[in-house]
Design a protein around this ligand. Sequence first.
Ligand SMILES: Nc1ncnc2c1ncn2[C@@H]1O[C@H](COP(=O)(O)OP(=O)(O)OP(=O)(O)O)[C@@H](O)[C@H]1O
Ligand SMILES: [Mg+2]
Length: 112
Amino acid sequence: MKMVQVVFRPERLNDLEECVRKLDVGGLNLTNIMGYGRQKGYVKMYRGVKQNVNLLPYMKGDIAVQKEDVDKVVSAIEEQLATGSYGDGKIFIREVEDAVRIRTGETGRQAL
Ligand SMILES: Nc1ncnc2c1ncn2[C@@H]1O[C@H](COP(=O)(O)OP(=O)(O)OP(=O)(O)O)[C@@H](O)[C@H]1O
Ligand SMILES: [Mg+2]
């Protein structure tokens, strides 16, 4: 089992949500986050004064999937969210040991 973690721009929430729903992979867990990537924020002018904006608001979507679904899920999300611009976001893939559906006690892939 793997956790696909998608970090994306908040304004792309509807696109991400629609894409994941179509994939029919069980669930989606969303968090508001702050972060920076390679460009390390940006410099903005406010009333003639330069200000460093180091942390940008992003969102993170966690999707637990069966191992064999990872490639399908990652490429669908990538296709949906890619604009070719800096800051499009990133996808991390982590190992998940197990899951339990509380209602039934099911574990492993049955729990997803
Ligand atoms: N190496 C990383 N570790 C943890 N979080 C990251 C990492 N890189 C990016 N992020 C998260 O993803 C968000 C978007 O990153 P971003 O898309 O700008 O990555 P990038 O590597 O700078 O790529 P690009 O050059 O296309 O902008 C960041 O604000 C941060 O929340
Ligand atoms: Mg960047």
